[in-house]
Design a protein around this ligand. Structure first.
Ligand code: PCD
Length: 800
């Protein structure tokens, strides 16, 4: 049900619920009827299909490629190799991190699954058949699979395409104050250190990546239907890469079957479909299959972290330092603000109050697919939160202190906000103890600990049943920074991270909101209509949200890093506010009174003291398009457009508690309960927020318990299908128990903070802390598959 407007709609962060509230998603009408329209649903007259030949080797020199048999296939229209692209200067393209990546390999292949040749044919089956007719002569080379050996003096050089490359290092980067940290550590009473791996995982959206490219030879216009989270950024990059005039490129992102960061970057397949259309003169479709998606598109994490935490004997944290070895795969294709090579990893100081922090990140190339994509991680905050939450838990273990008590002792206090972190981030607002207390209340924390103590006591009694599950309780507290960015500090390849928005109120009082961001399932068509409704009082049903088409929406950097609501949501609120202000002027003209005489209520301006004299936004919209005489300088119509440059990130936070039972004989982990208290400021649509949190918790549980992309010593990907790469289902998930606190962002026009990635960021350490609490060991690496858990129980932890 929709809410009826009941309150004043000032833009104060405390806000008021007009427009906000539980509302079924507008987009569900088509999704539940199977009427979603995805790239693979795009079928154009005369359209051709295509397929990519991929490398079976992780590292090999290409000696020769013979395409003659494939070309002779009766249904094949074109076979394209790296050599042919080289002649067009299209063999390499820039990555979002300023590296270059091969569109089709010319000299060497550098990971298993890399693109080697491309076939365009009348149908997809013929295209795939023809791949088998291509003869490639490879000369296999030794592969760098373990990041720890990437910098060995005798390691093969992966990127010999880059001039002057003598090793596999991508960068060394650091943040914080090393000297101050050393000082604190050398005088500390307690120092705990630990090595941990955040394994390589994959976003694995339901819909794989694909595109349909259609170049009109007469008009020179390229239309590109594609799975992209950032249509405008893609258009600009196509213009730069292919030298096509930008006004002649239209990127259309139709419905997206999940993005999760997988659809931020530009893949060779997209570019190849453009090349295919140029070469054949027909529209060309390219769609990946599941294994291609799992083996060759962006991976996340792959951080080998060494953490050290310093504290007093009483458990007051004094400092944290970290050294990370980051495995980026064969090309550095991370999508994140350019000036932050390790993303926002240096928000690793977390939610606690201590002065000294330092981190160093060394990134290396390995013979694996591109890594480091921001899979629900707000640019590496996931890794950062895992590190600090594990380290704090290790400290509690060492001090034999309750981990909740240790956290409570060190959490930032509400009066410290806005808080400047030791690595230079200004947290906008928070009340952390309140969130942790709320999670502990919902969990019944004291009772859970009592139950655990009683079980442990019983387990030591003679004749105790050896199959009795081991009970574990794990906590995590996270702070995220989302809404990149202030454009002064944050850009991607020189494009500042601001987002545009246009709002038009049509004569009959129905509105259209055009956005630069892209929904992939988060429900923007609903929540953004609710934002406008909140400000101008039109019902959300009357506000159509348009996105995903560069010809019909303003420029902006797109959706990832939970930035849509913090950035574009702010743009929408400001545009609506401008409409409301202009409506007041028009209402004054229509009512023949002065602007000051008008008051706002229920989506309507009315004369002070005489509420019967008033105009609703719909009436004002008609007046704005009519022959009504408007005051000097006021243009007709009721439109507004805004480019929003956020002054700061928003900092959502949360407290999570996980309860597990571990079967000591099989190592199987069952998540018994999971309590998640999230604070993302006021919730535009609480139902959507809950859905976002449910999804993120499942993601986090998957990473903690089952997901890992492993490689054999030759660099063969061992996780290239859903048989090997396990995703959680409802069978593994408990019934999530959610809570909330509300701390508005002081700088966001309607006080909201992002939430899309929060649960994926916050949940893995809670699950891992719970498993390790059950096992009563200080550390072992995730994922806690039965085998890994069982080995950890035997005191034989193994690395993923
Ligand atoms: N909200 C509300 N309230 C608040 C906040 C928020 O309501 N306070 C809502 C909104 O509006 C939207 C959602 O919620 O609708 C979300 O939001 P955000 O946070 O802003 O976010 P975005 O930007 O929109 O989105 C993005 C995210 C991300 S980033 C990810 S990963 C994921 C998430 O989102 N993805 C996805 N979620 C999701 N969901 C779905 N369904 N699907 C998908 O795909 Mo990255 O960086 O890309 O990795």
């Amino acid at each position: 049900a929709t809410q009826t407007p009941t309150q004043d709609t000032s833009l104060s962060p405390e806000g008021n619920p007009l427009g906000f509230g539980r509302m079924l998603r507008k987009e569900d009408a088509r999704f539940v009827r199977g009427q979603g329209h995805y790239v693979d649903d795009v079928n154009l007259p005369g359209m051709l299909h295509s397929a990519i030949l991929r490398s079976p080797y992780a590292h090999a020199r290409i000696v020769s490629i013979d395409t003659s048999a494939a070309e002779a296939h009766p249904k094949v229209k074109a076979v394209i190799t790296g050599k042919m692209l080289e002649d067009l200067k299209l063999a390499w393209m820039p990555t979002l991190s300023g590296d270059v990546v091969a569109v089709l390999a010319t000299d060497k292949v550098r990971f298993q699954g890399q693109e080697v040749a491309y076939v365009v044919a009348e149908d997809e089956y013929s295209a795939r058949d023809a791949l088998e007719l291509i003869e490639v002569d490879y000369e296999p080379l030794p592969a760098v699979v373990d990041a720890k050996h990437a910098l060995d003096p005798d390691a093969p050089i992966i990127r010999d395409d880059l001039e002057g490359r003598a090793d596999n290092k991508i960068y060394d980067w650091e943040a914080g104050d090393a000297a101050a940290c050393d000082e604190v550590f050398s005088n500390a009473e307690v120092v705990v250190s630990e090595d941990m791996i955040y394994p390589r995982v994959h976003p694995a959206p339901m819909e794989t990546c694909g595109s349909v490219a259609s170049l009109d030879k007469v008009t020179g216009k390229l239309t590109m239907w594609t799975t992209t989270q950032a249509p405008h950024a893609h258009r600009t990059i196509y213009a730069l890469v292919a030298g096509l005039p930008e006004q002649k490129i239209q990127v259309i992102s139709p419905d997206i079957g999940g993005g999760f960061g997988n659809k931020v970057g530009i893949y060779p397949g997209y570019v190849l479909s453009i090349v295919g259309s140029i070469v054949t003169g027909a529209p060309v479709k390219w769609m990946e299959d599941r294994s291609e998606n799992l083996m060759s598109t962006s991976f996340a994490r792959d951080y080998h972290m060494h953490g050290e935490i310093a504290a007093t004997k009483e458990g007051k944290i004094l400092g944290l330092r970290v050294h990370v070895l980051a495995d980026h795969g064969a090309f550095n294709g991370v999508a994140q603000p350019t000036k932050f090579p390790a993303g926002f990893f240096h928000i690793f100081t977390g939610s606690y109050d201590y002065p000294a922090a330092h981190c160093k990140v060394t990134a290396v190339y390995t013979n694996k697919a591109l890594g480091g994509v921001a899979y629900a991680c707000s640019f590496r905050i996931t890794e950062a939160v895992y590190l600090v939450e594990r380290m704090v838990t290790c400290l509690a273990y060492e001090l034999q202190m309750d981990p909740a008590e240790l956290r409570m002792k060190n959490l930032l206090r509400p009066e410290q906000f806005p808080y400047m972190s030791p690595t230079g981030w200004e947290y906008d607002s928070g009340d952390y103890p309140r969130a942790l207390k709320e999670a502990m209340r919902i969990a019944g924390y004291e009772d859970l600990r009592a139950e655990q103590a009683a079980r442990r006591a019983r387990a030591t009694e003679p004749g105790a049943d050896p199959s009795t599950p081991l009970m574990g309780i794990g906590l995590s507290f996270f702070t995220e920074g989302v809404g990149a960015g202030p454009r002064k500090h944050m850009d991607i390849l020189g494009l500042g991270m601001a987002d545009g928005c246009e709002l038009r109120v049509h004569p009959t009082g129905k509105a259209q909101l055009r956005l630069s961001v892209q929904t992939q399932g988060q429900g923007h068509e609903t929540t953004f209509a609710q934002i406008v409704s909140h400000v101008i009082g039109l019902p959300p049903e009357d506000i159509e949200v348009v996105h995903g088409d560069t010809d019909n929406t303003p420029f902006g950097l797109g959706t990832y890093g939970s930035r849509s609501t913090p950035v574009s949501g702010a743009a929408a609120a400001v545009a609506a506010q401008r409409i409301k202000d202009k409506a007041r002027v028009i209402a004054a003209a229509a009512l023949e009174c002065s602007v000051e005489d008008l008051e706002w209520e229920h989506g309507r301006w009315y004369v002070k003291g005489d509420p019967s004299q008033g105009k609703t936004i719909a009436e004002i919209a008609m007046a704005a398009h009519s022959s009504l005489e408007l005051p000097e300088g006021v243009e007709g119509h009721l439109d507004a457009s805004v480019v929003y440059n956020p002054p700061n990130l928003t900092y959502p936070f949360g407290a999570y508690i996980c309860v597990v039972d571990v079967d000591p004989q099989t190592g199987a982990v069952k998540v018994r309960r999971f309590i998640a208290v999230d604070d993302c400021g006021p919730r535009i649509n609480p139902m959507i927020v809950e859905g976002q949190v449910h999804g993120g918790l499942a993601d986090g549980l998957g990473m903690a318990l089952m997901e890992v992309i492993a490689f054999d010593p030759d660099g063969n990907n061992l996780g290239g299908s859903f048989m090997d790469y396990l995703l959680p289902t409802s069978m593994e998930c408990p019934s999530w128990e959610l809570g909330e606190t509300v701390t508005p962002s002081p700088h966001h026009p309607i006080g909201v903070k992002g939430v899309g990635e929060s649960a994926t960021v916050g949940s893995p350490p809670a699950v891992v802390n719970a498993v390790l609490d059950a096992l009563q060991i200080r550390h072992a690496d995730m994922p806690f598959t039965p085998a890994m858990t069982w080995r950890a129980l035997q005191g034989r932890p193994m690395r993923p």
